[in-house]
Structures are given as structure tokens and as C-alpha cells.
Design a protein around this ligand. Sequence first.
Ligand SMILES: NC(=O)c1ccc[n+]([C@@H]2O[C@H](COP(=O)([O-])OP(=O)(O)OC[C@H]3O[C@@H](n4cnc5c(N)ncnc54)[C@H](O)[C@@H]3O)[C@@H](O)[C@H]2O)c1
Length: 372
Amino acid sequence: MIIGIPKEIKDNEYRVSQTPANVEMLVRAGHRVLVEHKAGEGSAFTDDEYAQGGAELVAGAAEVFATSEMVLKVKEPLEQEYGFLREGLLLFTYLHLASAPTLTQVLQEKKVTAIAYETVELSDGSLPLLTPMSEVAGRIAAQIGAQYMEKVHGGKGMLLGGVPGVPPCRVVVIGGGIVGSNAAQVALGMGAHVTVIDKDINRLRYLSEVLHGRLETLASTPASIAAAVKEADVVVGAVLIHGAKAPKLVTSAMVKNMKPRSVIVDVAIDQGGCVETSHPTTHSNPTYLVDGVIHYCVTNVPGAVPRTSTYALTNQTFPYALKLADMGFVEAVTTDASLAEGVNVYRGHITHSGLAESLGLPYTALGTLLTR
Ligand SMILES: NC(=O)c1ccc[n+]([C@@H]2O[C@H](COP(=O)([O-])OP(=O)(O)OC[C@H]3O[C@@H](n4cnc5c(N)ncnc54)[C@H](O)[C@@H]3O)[C@@H](O)[C@H]2O)c1
């Protein structure tokens, strides 16, 4: 198969979709890999390293997309890239389509075969291609909270962990999954007072057990969220309903009730955000104020630590990319149910039920469209 690796163009996005070592394995398996000039630069991989691995260096994204049968990316295609999309192109990347109706329509109209990393799902319900970035984003979320508590960053001027004789900040994490548990662990490590809110009591039981009861847990209800958010210095939004738009659990009224210069880090923003006052921001301009509350809503948080993130991401995506390249799309999704869960758009149809429901569009089961 001919595989393309374009350079990411999202604001301050420095990850790349495969490392030189993984490219070498694809080439050894008999595939052609086209890598856009300087695609790996932001993650400190040189063109020479890709060339040594057997990649063909290509001058621009247009050629990568036009020549490749499968394009591996990190973030969703931006408007400047829509023109490169075409019928039958296999696109394997993060898509987060529940909060992107226009891109969904483009993928449908152009009949792109779109597999979203974030909806590849194992039989136990875990999301192997979202997990590594959620681990990174969760850990950074705690650091961001600490940073924006600092006066020099517009915050209240409080140290997250306090010091002996002075109490720590209160960090409230809504959603105790991968992002939430990683945010909680790092915030606890910094000495903060941490509360995790989840609707899944077993998840709270697990977190309480593994963190030796060092955190407070709360069952998710509008009342428990309102009370916790009111007292919080930092709120981390980390809920997810697979494939769907995030529920708005923190309302504008709750934000109004927060103390001035508190911080909201809405990591769930890529699925639309779980805070009513959230809207997407970028690393260049990451925050804004609503009712005196600092909102940080960057949609590609792991892009800030590309070296770590590229390795963490590609460790997980590579086996799936190799399978798609070796077997071709139809065989790969027919024999791997988790990969089939990742297919969001195929032949102009929406093939993920959660996505279809979120966008109020018709759903077509992938199996009914596949022909070998
Ligand atoms: N902004 C970024 O750069 C970035 C990076 C990585 C992940 N994310 C996003 O972060 C979000 C969380 O990802 P994750 O991997 O932790 O997901 P996850 O599935 O591991 O965890 C989500 C948690 O939310 C809980 N939840 C669902 N509904 C709830 C409710 N009503 N009240 C309380 N809890 C509820 C679930 O029980 C689960 O524990 C996703 O939207 C993901 O795409 C964003």
C-alpha cells in the first residue's frame, strides 16, 4: 500500500503520525511511505531519519494526499486540507466528528473512508488509541491548573499544593476516566485537595482504592457538581460518552457562582466541552475569561509535548496502521471488530451510531456496506 504522512498544520501542533522507526517497519513489510518534508521536525525527527528508514520525502501535502492510498495523520483535516480529500482515500487520524458537523459533511460528500482513532474500541469498552493522549492531556491539565493559579499568569496567586500552615487549592475533576485519573494523580502529587466526580460508582471505587483514599469521590448529579464547582479553585472537565458530544454538566450559572480567577481546564472540548461557557482555543491563545473565571479549552493539549506524545500515540496506532496496510481496509475491519468501531464515515454514510445520534443524521451499519 502507498501510505502518506503529511505535516500537521493545526496551531502549535508538533506531533507526527509515525516515527522513523515505525516507517522503517512499514517499508520492510513491503509498503511505500511518503513523508512530507519536515513532517517530523516538531517531534525532533529529521527528514534524514525518515529517508534512512526507507521513506520517500515529498515537498508538499498535496502530493502526499494525491499519491497515497492511506493517509496517517494526528489531528482532523483543517479547511485548508479539505481540497486534498477524495473518494476512496483511507484517512486514519483523530476526527472528533461529533463536534464537527462541517467536516463530517465534507467526508461524506467526498466519500472518504474515515477511521477515527478515538472511537477504535476494544471489547472491554476501552479506547486504545485515545488512551495515550488522554494520559498526556490529563497530566498536563493538572500542570495547567497550577500554572493559571499563579498571579503572573492572571490567576489568584495560589500554590496548588499550599505549604505547611497554608491550605492547598481545591481541584475538582469531572469524569474519572483516563484524563480524569491522570489529572487527579498529578494534582495529588502536587499536594492539592482533589475531588473526582463520576457517574460510574465502580470507577470511583477503583480510584479510591488505587489512590489509597487520598482523594474525595462524588457521584455525579447536577447538585453535587454545582456544590463542588462553587468551592473549586481548578475544575478539570474530563467526561466522555463514546463518539458523542460531551454533556454540558457545568452550566453558565455554576460558572457565575465560582470564585473570581478560578480556572476551568475543559479537556473534553474536543467533543464540544462539558462546560456551557467553553469554546475551543489554541496553544497560541489558550485562555479567555467568563464571569472572571479563566477558561483553558485547547483542543490539542498533547501537542505541547510532541516528543512524548508522538511516541505514546504511535506505539498504539502503529499495529492498526500496519494491519490496514497489510490487509487492506475491508479485510482489516472485517477481522478486527475494534478497528471496525473506529470507522466513522464510509462511502458517504455515517457508520458510528453514537456519532449519527449526536449529529441527528442517519446511521448505516458498516457491515451492510462492505463488499469484499
Ligand atoms: N483536549 C485534548 O487535547 C484532549 C486530549 C485527550 C483527550 N481528550 C478528551 O478528554 C475527554 C475524556 O477522555 P478519556 O479518555 O478520559 O475518556 P474516558 O472514557 O476514559 O473517561 C470518561 C469518564 O467520563 C465519565 N462520565 C460520563 N458521563 C458522565 C457524567 N454525566 N458525569 C460524570 N462523569 C461522566 C465516564 O464514566 C468516564 O469515567 C474526551 O472527550 C477526550 O476526547 C481531549
